[in-house]
Structures are given as structure tokens and as C-alpha cells.
Design a protein around this ligand. Structure first.
Ligand code: F6P
Length: 611
């Protein structure tokens, strides 16, 4: 491929191995040393402390060239593209055990060259490097974004410093605390208030403090090592403030054997804190309100800035597992938020394998050249599909039941990250950003929304499959296993989407003329296929990091801040106001709402409840 060397790997690790010193988020760009091998140089260093006045990316020649090129792409149907052997060969990558085939995307070599130019113009590599080094790339909150440090090796040569602390040392100190604590719980050395072994784990949290850990749990639940490790344990997640979720979570649990984990970075999220108080009450109701009930049955995973709140809840310091403001909620699976529940149920060693997988993808992302860089390719193709071909949706279709929670995790990861409307300079974007993400495991999805994918709106699809099943079956001496049967669909669907079915093909099959319009598939619908060896803890870690990095690539190219989430604040604030109005209504006083529409709804609700 032409542009491999032009858009080559970042020298970040090799430079650091050369003996350079750590860079803090607020550090000035280092002055080049006379010995190149010892230099930490950030090409095109970006100063995140300033708000630059940058033109919109859509005004750049690189963007314009892609807009022009999009018209050329309209001229060729995917069914022709996928008959080109040379093209298909060039459009697959096999790296670090993962195969990505993107030959069913509406792209040519020229598209990839132009996307590479765009990435270069948008300083993609520099932004990635800034992220890994701990620059405050979450510039609206002046925070570093260091989820990659959560899976760093203890002796990693890359050592970002935040608030005067070496983040890798911080991470490993908490991992050791988690290992020690979870081993002791699993070995029965740490027990509940009445001396019973803690076997039921309830993780209370919402958003990023819930979706990622639940996704991991679902993957490991049927992974053979996970099955063995989890024998005798249960893990449930309580996230919704709906009281019915509490009822479902607590049903048939013995509080004396239950350990509650409150996962909340801020330790202020309304839903989580109400559920935390509810669970504390549940413990008190069964065991009395001796302070030891809480200190022996409740642990917290929260940011260091929430320490006082954790303590005043009654949680002991030994049961507090910290993470940091430089870990975003939706990027926190590898922090204590995921490590504590997963290690309690599956053992710390299995969780470590998830970290190993994620780290291997972090290294891949920062080191591989574009044409061998899976998250980078997926991110740039995402930008192409959304902003140039105008597909404003995307679907994740894992052909693995154990990945059933991956689409929900990606939904938050991507939509909360790139669901934005202004650039770093505060300018309103005039191009499409932030896809609507949805998905469902195959083959179930095929029997629900695939009709729309094939004949209704065109939605780019990510097919994810595995060479081996976590647990395969062969029924009645069939030649193909059940996993093969599942995978036949994984291979067939992308072709159905790309090729479609023409009227002539239908006629040749003898379809009556009046039915032909109804049974014609236009095809030309893009998809990509990811094929991994097996859904193990390691490969799940790779997948997790792969999608995190895809999201970052898109945000970097679109010039967004993918790491803040101001959009969720307004609704939270309004809910507080509504709370006061409901109190008024319940007391029989007239509700004063902000507008007649809300007033009507509130009046109806309060009056009906009071009836
Ligand atoms: O409301 C959105 C959000 O802030 C997410 O970004 C976050 O993952 C979630 O709420 C939970 O926040 P916390 O971990 O602070 O309870």
C-alpha cells in the first residue's frame, strides 16, 4: 500500500526506551536533545492549555478532496468491488491474532490515501501520542485521558505524571490492593458481619460504571476458565433507579453472604447513590445497623476526589478502591470499576488477562502503520461513512452470545464520546459527527431488525465472529458444529448486504413479476468483518481497547472533545427541579412548572397517584 511509510508508526515507545524523562500533562514541549535516540519529541506538539482558533476541518483541502471523491464512489456498486481479487487482498489486515476484512466497505485505495491525508492534517498521531503521555486532551475539564495507563506494565517505560503522581505506580498500587482483597474474599479470609463467606456480589453503578463491567461479566460467564473460577459465586448489577431493579437484584440473595460494590467515579450520581442507600438499608434490615455491617459488606470504587464521601457512607479505607479523574466513566472498565467485581467472581488472574489483551491493542494502536492498524482503519472508515457517505447510523453485530452486552457498551462509549456539536475551537460543526450505534448478537438480530438493514435504510455493519466457540456442540453426528452453523450466517450476511438481489436474478428464479419490486434488494450496503480466534479474557481485552481507540480516532479527526459529557448535565439538573415540584404536589400544593406541557403531565401524575 502506497501510504504505509508516509503515515508510519509513532516512535513513542522506542523514544522512551531511549531513556527520556516522563512528561507531565502540563509540561512544555521538551527541547530536542542533541542525541536523537534520547529525545522525547512530540511532532506537532499540541498545546491543550490554549483554545486555538482553528478552521473547521471541513474547510481543509483534505476534506474537500474526500467530498469530491465521494461522488466517484457512487459510480461503483459493492458487488463489483468485491469481485476484484487484488482489491480484496489489500483490504484485509491480520495483526495480533485479529483479522479485519474491510473489502465490503465502499472504499478504494484512493479513499484510503485521502483518509490518510486527512488524518495527517488533523494531527491524528500527535493527538494519540498526547493521549498516551497524559496531556490534558479532555480540554473542557482540563483532564488527562489515561485509560491506556490502566493496563500498563509495572515497568512500562512510558510514565505519565498527573498531579505530581506517577500514574503507572498509582495503577499498580491499586491493582495490588484489589488482588489482595479479592483473593482474601475468595479464600474466606475476609467474611461478612456474621462470619459467612461473601459469595453474592452486587455491583451498584450506572453508565460507564456499569455497562463495561457487565459486558466483561457476560463474556467471562461462559469462558471455560471463567466458569470454573466463578463456581459458587453470583454477580448482579444494580443500575436503574427503578425500584423494580432493586427487587430483581436482591431476589433470593442472602444479605449475610452479599458484598455490595458501589461503583461511582463521582460518588454523587443520583441513581447510584439512591440505590446505594437502598442496599445499605437492605443490609441493616437483616443484620441491624451496627457500623460494621456497612464496613464489612460495602466496598467503593470511586475517584480519589470522592474520598470524603466514601468515608461518610461508612465504608472503611481498606474497602475503598480508588481510580482517578483521568479515567473517563465510559473508559473505566480496566480500572477498579471493572477489576473489583470481575476479580471477586472470576479471580484476579483472569482479570489480568483482560488487561494483557487491552495492552496488546494499546501497543498495536500506537505502533502499527495505518494499513496494519485495526482501530485506526476502523475509525477512519467510520469518519468516511458518516461524514462523506452520510450514513448516520452504525450497528455492532457480534456472532457470539457472550458478547450480548457489547452493543450497549459501544452505545455509551461512542455516543457519549462523539455525540458533540462543536470543535476544540468552540465552532459549530457543519459536517456529520457521532453515529447512532445499536446492535444485537447474530443470529438473533437477523430475526428482528435485519429486514431494515437489507431493504430499508442502509446502515454500516460491524460483524464480529470467532474461529472457535467458547463451548461448541455437535448435534446428532452432523458434519458441521453449532458454531459452524452460527458462522455460516456471519459469512453470508455481509454478502447479502453488499450484493443484494437484482430483478433479473429474481426473474431467473421464476419469481412472479408483481412480486419483483418487493423482493429486490439494492445491495451496496457496507460492512466490515472482524474475526478473532476465541472469546477468551485476552481477546475480550483486545476488543474493548479496539473500540475505545476507534472512538478516539473519529473524535480526533472530527476535532471534538470525545472525553467530556456535558450533554447529560441539563437533564440531571432539571430532574432535581422536578423533584421539588413533586414534593409540592404530594403535599397537596399547586405545582408550578416551567411550562404548561410539563405542568399537565405532573398534575396528571400527582393526581392519579393520589387517587
Ligand atoms: O451521566 C453520565 C455519566 O456521567 C457517565 O459518563 C458516567 O459513566 C455515569 O454518569 C456514572 O457516573 P459515576 O461513575 O460518577 O456515578
Amino acid at each position: 500500500p502506497k501510504f504505509g511509510p508516509k503515515f508510519g508508526p509513532s516512535p513513542i515507545y522506542s523514544q522512551i526506551r531511549g531513556g527520556s524523562s516522563p512528561v507531565s500533562p502540563t509540561s512544555e514541549p521538551p527541547t530536542p536533545s542533541p542525541t536523537p535516540s534520547r529525545t522525547v519529541s512530540l511532532t506537532n506538539h499540541i498545546n491543550y492549555d490554549e483554545v486555538p482558533d482553528l478552521p473547521l476541518v471541513s474547510t481543509t483541502p483534505e476534506w474537500k478532496a474526500l467530498e469530491e471523491h465521494a461522488k466517484e464512489i457512487e459510480e461503483t456498486h459493492l458487488r463489483d468491488y468485491i469481485m476484484d481479487d487484488e482489491r480484496c487482498d489489500a483490504m484485509h489486515v491480520l495483526e495480533d491474532g485479529i483479522m479485519l476484512d474491510y473489502s465490503r466497505q465502499r472504499v478504494t485505495e484512493k479513499t484510503l490515501d485521502l483518509l490518510s491525508d486527512l488524518a495527517e492534517a488533523q494531527l491524528l498521531r500527535s493527538k494519540m501520542t498526547s493521549m498516551y503521555r497524559g496531556a490534558p486532551i479532555n480540554f473542557t475539564e482540563k483532564r488527562a485521558v489515561l485509560h491506556t495507563a490502566l493496563r500498563s506494565r509495572k515497568d512500562s517505560p512510558l510514565r505519565p505524571v498527573v498531579d505530581g503522581l506517577d500514574v503507572v505506580d498509582e495503577v499498580h498500587s491499586v491493582l495490588e490492593q484489589i488482588k489482595k482483597f479479592t483473593d482474601m474474599v475468595r479464600e474466606g479470609e475476609v467474611t461478612g458481619y456474621t462470619g459467612k463467606q461473601l459469595r453474592n456480589i452486587v455491583s451498584v453503578g450506572i453508565g460507564g460504571s456499569y455497562l463495561g463491567p457487565e459486558f466483561l461479566h457476560e463474556c467471562l460467564k461462559t469462558e471455560p476458565e471463567g466458569v470454573n473460577a466463578a463456581l459458587g459465586y453470583t454477580l448482579r448489577f444494580l443500575s436503574n433507579v427503578d425500584p423494580v431493579d432493586v427487587e430483581r437484584t436482591c431476589s433470593e440473595l442472602d444479605p449475610e453472604e452479599t458484598l455490595i460494590i458501589i461503583v461511582s467515579k463521582t460518588f454523587t450520581t443520583a441513581e447510584t447513590m439512591l440505590n446505594a442507600r437502598t442496599m445499605r438499608q437492605w443490609l441493616w434490615d437483616f443484620m441491624g445497623n451496627d457500623p460494621e455491617v456497612v464496613s464489612k459488606h460495602v466496598v467503593a470504587c470511586a475517584s480519589t476526589s470522592a474520598t470524603d464521601k466514601v468515608r461518610s457512607f461508612g465504608i472503611s479505607d481498606d474497602y475503598f478502591f480508588r481510580f482517578w479523574d483521568w479515567v473517563g466513566g465510559r473508559y473505566s472498565v480496566c480500572s477498579a470499576a471493572g477489576a473489583v467485581p470481575i476479580s471477586l467472581v472470576y479471580g484476579f488472574d483472569l482479570f489480568s488477562k483482560v488487561l494483557d489483551g487491552a495492552r496488546s491493542m494499546d501497543e498495536h494502536f500506537i505502533q502499527k502503520p495505518l494499513r496494519r492498524n485495526i482501530p485506526m482503519l476502523m475509525g477512519l472508515i467510520g469518519v468516511w461513512n458518516m461524514s462523506f457517505l452520510k450514513y448516520n447510523m452504525r450497528t455492532t453485530l457480534p456472532y457470539a452470545e457472550a458478547l450480548l452486552k457489547l452493543p450497549a457498551h459501544i452505545q455509551q462509549l461512542d455516543m457519549e464520546s462523539n455525540g458533540k456539536h462543536v470543535t476544540r475551537s468552540g465552532k459549530e460543526v457543519d459536517y456529520l459527527v457521532g453515529e447512532v450505534d445499536f446492535g444485537e448478537p447474530g443470529t438473533n438480530g437477523q430475526h428482528s431488525f435485519f429486514q431494515l438493514l437489507h431493504m430499508g435504510q442502509a446502515v454500516p455493519c460491524d460483524f464480529i465472529g470467532f474461529v472457535k466457540s467458547q463451548n461448541d456442540l455437535v448435534v446428532d453426528g452432523e458434519t458441521l458444529s453449532s458454531h459452524d452453523e452460527l458462522m455460516t450466517n456471519f459469512f453470508a450476511q455481509p454478502d447479502a448486504l453488499a450484493n443484494g438481489k437484482t430483478a433479473d436474478e429474481l426473474r431467473a428464479e421464476g419469481v412472479p413479476e408483481w412480486q419483483i419490486p418487493h423482493r429486490t434488494f439494492h445491495g451496496n450496503r457496507p460492512s466490515m468483518s472482524l474475526l478473532l480466534p476465541k472469546l477468551t479474557a485476552f481477546h475480550v481485552g483486545q476488543l474493548l481497547a479496539l473500540y475505545e481507540h476507534r472512538t478516539a480516532v473519529q473524535g480526533f479527526v472530527w476535532d471534538l472533545n470525545s472525553f467530556d459529557q456535558w450533554g447529560v448535565e441539563l437533564g440531571k439538573k432539571l430532574a432535581l427541579g422536578i423533584k421539588d415540584k413533586l414534593v409540592e404536589g404530594r403535599a397537596g400544593r399547586k405545582i408550578k412548572a416551567d411550562n404548561p406541557s410539563t405542568k399537565r403531565l405532573l398534575d396528571y401524575y400527582v393526581n392519579s397517584v393520589n387517587e
